[in-house]
Design a protein around this ligand. Structure first.
Ligand SMILES: *Cc1c(COP(=O)(O)O)cnc(C)c1O
Length: 381
């Protein structure tokens, strides 16, 4: 990613009005890597269409920037979680691409969804009725995907509900069913028996619904093989550089780089108490750097870990504060790290998946937690 960042630095844009100089940390998002990841997924999918999942502001990285980058690769279908996200995305990317709302339309949101030309994901009989009446009110057919619960017990129509609808074709009046879809619970564990069980349940359920193209695969399921691909894949994580094949080398390019500024450096003597609660005491003289980055920036307080500078690991000492973290920089030559210098939290020395591993969480949570006050820099767009 370094190379890409350097090559396109001149075209850098930002959506954060505060200058890089005034910010405490800098988040660089490589849209060239986003595009390359999308191309790699498409190559695996062959003729199968590939959507882009941009819920939660594009996994924290900017839904409109990511969607625009994917659009330039020919992507014309996006998924968000909420109508509010869809309305915002529609304003940003304009008319044309399909935007599906995964969590379904909450009662009363249908008129706004119609106005923003969103596609409903229909998760229940009640949502089907509501979208059907919205179609009557609009005087035209409205687009939708019907989601069935093939065994995750989260969203989508239960088998009994699908069976009830099977005998009532008028239930779909006014609705243009573009996909029947479902979601896998264990796609990141290729040998998990639930994958094949869900796939077969999906087959049975979709046979009862109006004949339409099908969609099952998230990022990891693309790597389970062609029998999981159907007509449309819905990757999110892999587009953002999260490894869709945990335990194996990451087939994706890293997308984010997160750097924090050194606010101050100091020397302390043996026995000095470090940070809130004095949870750490210096076992000898130490060189410390305090960086302008803390749990308010989304770095989980439990994920005590390390930053990096020129390939040298700088462990966190003591507790993570709201706006700062104390690093042990004793491994660097004295005076090497100075106020205003940048250390790396995510990037070539520490991937999103590495950081997640240290924090006992998943890359998704690391990205989606990234805070609002970084200077955000988009490169490679
Ligand atoms: C979030 C989500 C996706 C994308 O999943 P990734 O694991 O990020 O690729 C696809 N489908 C549904 C229903 C989702 O909720």
């Amino acid at each position: 990613m370094n190379d890409t960042v350097n090559r396109v630095a001149a075209k850098t844009v930002t959506d954060w009005p505060v200058s890089e100089a005034a910010a405490g940390a800098i988040l660089t998002i490589d849209l060239g890597a986003v595009r390359e990841n999308y191309r790699r997924l498409k190559a695996r999918l062959g003729d199968v269409r590939c959507a882009g999942v941009v819920k939660a502001n594009g996994y924290g990285l900017g839904a409109s920037q990511v969607a625009s980058a994917l659009t330039s690769e020919g992507c014309d279908t996006f998924f968000v979680a909420l109508p509010a996200e869809g309305i915002k995305l529609r304003k940003a990317i304009g008319a044309g691409p399909d935007i599906y709302v995964l969590n379904g339309l909450p009662p009363g949101s249908e008129p706004e969804a119609v106005a923003a030309d969103l596609c409903a994901v229909i998760n229940s009989g009640a949502q089907l009725k509501a979208w059907s009446s919205a179609a009557r009110a609009a005087g035209r057919k409205l687009p939708a995907a019907v989601q069935v619960d093939s065994g995750m017990s989260r969203l989508g129509m239960a088998p009994a509900e699908v069976e009830a609808l099977a005998g009532d074709p008028s239930a779909f009046d006014g609705i243009d069913v573009r996909y029947v879809m479902s979601h896998l619970a264990c796609a990141d564990e290729p040998r998990h028996p639930a994958n094949e069980q869900q796939r077969q349940a999906f087959e049975r359920l979709r046979a009862m619904l109006p004949e339409s193209p099908a969609s099952l695969a998230n990022s990891s399921a693309i790597f389970l093989g062609p029998s999981y691909h159907y007509d449309l894949a819905r990757p999110g994580a892999a587009v953002y550089g999260i490894n869709p094949t945990p335990g194996e080398p990451n087939p994706m390019l890293p997308v984010v780089r997160l750097q924090a500024k050194v606010a101050q450096t100091r020397r302390v003597e043996k026995g000095a108490g470090i940070g809130y609660g004095h949870t750490y005491h210096a076992e000898g003289p130490l060189s410390l750097a305090t960086i302008s980055f803390g749990y308010a920036d989304g770095w989980l307080r439990r994920s005590a870990s390390a930053a990096w500078f020129e390939g040298v690991r700088l462990p966190f000492l003591g507790r993570v504060s709201m706006d700062s973290i104390i690093l042990d920089i004793s491994a660097l030559p004295p005076g090497r790290l100075r106020e205003g210098d940048l250390v790396e939290l995510l990037g070539p020395s520490q991937s999103v998946d590495d950081a997640a591993g240290h924090a006992g969480t998943i890359g998704y949570e690391i990205l989606a937690s990234l805070g609002p006050r970084f200077h955000r820099r988009y490169v490679g767009g």
